[in-house]
Design a protein around this ligand. Structure first.
Ligand code: ATP
Length: 256
């Protein structure tokens, strides 16, 4: 079957030394340029965000912050729900081309090395309230490259890690990683909505076949994570015996 090869032709690429949030700028770009695609890259975010209003610590020069802004013409309906998982897989591949250590995925949007978080992915859609149609999809990728000069803030020292060891990062290795992230992302994106990559997602998962705690808003329950389906949903069996299909959204998973 012939595939349409989509490249970054006609995409706008913006780079910033410092910005409040690359996802925020990508959203603004989408609103100002309907139908256009863009890549926003920054050295530092002063108001980097995670899911549910959480902060993503994004200090100057020791991280890589990229947001990809897609217009509906780039996307099929099936692709939209797969894009976070696709980005997790492609970014893991990219990091592994640069570092010799393996990258695991904590469903659904975090990448881990040495059992600590090295990268967070934040997908956000702009939807038209009346038609409920997606007008733009923003995928933010934040990667810790090396330990900040002042060290990680106390609350992150136990949970965060970096791609590079001290003194291993320079302009070249940083640029190599940025290029690898975008290349691997594009290659994987061009395969969508094929779900072949989900097999790799399962293999990379660090919660599959393990007991987990599922947190949904104010509710939480213990369960066993037994599969990830071809739509990227996490299938868990609660201790009550009930099966749940969890989608990216308001769900958080903790390892038990
Ligand atoms: P989940 O709820 O699925 O576990 P999460 O808690 O990792 O997701 P995210 O929204 O993906 O939440 O990321 C924000 C969280 O990540 C913060 O609450 C903080 O614990 C952690 N964090 C913030 N900055 C960094 C960073 N630079 N590196 C690693 N972890 C970070």
């Amino acid at each position: 079957k012939q595939r349409l090869i989509r490249g970054f032709k006609d995409w706008q690429i913006e780079t910033y030394q410092t910005i409040d949030s690359t996802n925020r700028r990508a959203k603004e770009f989408a609103e100002q340029n309907p139908g256009q695609s863009a890549i926003i890259i920054a050295d530092e975010q002063t108001a980097g965000r995670g899911r549910l209003g959480r902060k993503f610590y994004s200090p100057n020069k020791t991280g890589l912050y990229i947001s990809i802004c897609l217009s509906p013409k780039d996307l099929s309906y099936e692709s939209i729900s797969l894009i976070t998982a696709q980005t997790a897989v492609s970014t893991s591949r990219a990091i592994e081309t640069i570092s010799n250590e393996s990258v695991k995925i904590k469903w659904v949007n975090d990448l881990y090395m040495r059992d600590k978080k090295v990268c967070g992915i934040l997908s956000e859609a702009i939807t038209d309230i009346e038609s409920n149609q997606v007008q733009a999809l923003i995928i933010g990728i934040g990667i810790n490259l090396s330990v900040p000069d002042e060290g990680f803030p106390e609350e992150l020292t136990e949970i965060a890690t970096t791609v590079f060891a001290p003194n291993e990062m320079n302009h070249c290795t940083r640029n190599d990683l940025a290029v690898a992230v975008l290349n691997q992302w594009l290659l994987a994106f061009n395969e969508l909505p094929d779900t072949g990559f989900i097999q790799e997602y399962r293999k990379r998962s660090n919660i599959l076949n393990k007991p987990v705690r599922v947190i949904q808003g104010k509710e939480a329950f213990n369960a066993f994570a037994y599969d990830i389906d071809n739509r990227g949903r996490l299938l868990v069996k609660a201790s009550t015996g009930r099966l749940h299909h969890l989608s990216y959204g308001e769900v958080s998973i903790r390892q038990l």
